[in-house]
Write a new protein. Structure first.
Ligand code: ZN
Length: 282
């Protein structure tokens, strides 16, 4: 978060409307998770020290507030974009969410924030079709699992394979609402743009979403230590621009992006800045 805020401390972002997120009511998590799971996570949060919820997923005493604030940011962002108060929004949140399945925390994720945001857009605002685009370098197994048989939400992802969590083959298509465009280790700008142009963007255009959500992880950056995809920060502004153009056609330009992964602080800061600079050009 500090790297992100440092990158946004630049004259380019003087006009950015920054809003402090409220914590969500824990009931919001029920849009994507059963109550017993939400309670189990709440009980697992330690009063002091650290608890390992899954081999990768460590909780500290601050994790509940962070997770609820992440949900709050996502809901608030959806509310203001759907209400037309903002054309688009980026939620700078931790922890990430796209690996969290219906009843399983994994990969640093406790609750699937973007799934909750999509369901909230459907239930609170009556939207019929919401698209989730996930360009994090890891496949969003949790988001795919949650919407596997829910054709009101399109889930379209580019990610490295093979890599954690192991899902995301092109053959995984759910109810026809899942579009996986896996990339190979060593792939870069050309392959990423091809996946977008040939697979992701046509699927979104055909789906005609009323809102586009982005699982905006920046760990496909070439500096990132967790994967072997070689994107430049400008590639994220290109993808953002392409999604903005698509959103203009069917979704009144409405985009809400939620931060997912990003483990090289320089790559994260530069990539998020490029993404947000493009969003601000709306
Ligand atoms: Zn990731």
């Amino acid at each position: 978060m500090r790297a992100l805020h440092a990158a946004l401390d630049h004259p380019d972002f003087a006009a950015l409307n920054r809003v402090e997120a409220q914590m969500a009511d824990p009931e919001a998590a029920l849009l994507a998770h059963p109550e017993r799971y939400v309670e189990a996570i709440r009980k697992a949060i330690p009063a002091e020290g650290l608890t390992r919820i899954d081999p990768d997923t460590v909780a500290s005493p601050g994790s509940w507030e962070a997770a609820m604030r992440a949900l709050g940011a996502a809901l608030q962002a959806v509310d203001s974009v759907v209400a037309g108060e903002a054309q688009n929004a980026f939620a700078a949140i931790r922890p990430p969410g796209h690996h969290a399945e219906t009843a399983k925390a994994m990969g640093f994720c406790l609750f699937n924030t973007i799934a909750v945001a999509a369901r909230h857009a459907r239930q609170a605002h009556g939207l019929e079709r919401v698209a989730i685009v996930d360009w994090d370098v890891h496949h969003g197994n949790g988001t795919q699992e949650i919407f596997w048989s829910d054709p009101s939400v399109l889930y379209a992802s580019t990610h490295q394979m093979p890599l954690f969590p192991g899902t995301g083959e092109a053959s995984e298509t759910g109810a026809g609402n899942i579009v996986n465009a896996p990339l190979s280790p060593g792939d870069g700008t050309a392959e990423f743009k091809e996946a977008f142009t040939d697979r992701i963007l046509p699927a979104i255009r055909a789906f005609q979403p009323e809102l586009i959500l982005i699982s905006a992880g920046f760990d496909a950056h070439h500096r990132d230590p967790l994967a072997e995809i070689n994107l430049q920060s400008e590639d994220f502004s290109w993808a953002t621009g392409a999604l903005m153009e698509t959103a203009d056609r069917t979704a009144q330009g409405r985009i809400v992006a939620l931060l997912e992964g990003g483990y090289d602080l320089q790559g994260l800061g530069q990539s998020a800045a490029a993404h947000i600079r493009q969003l601000m050009a709306a």
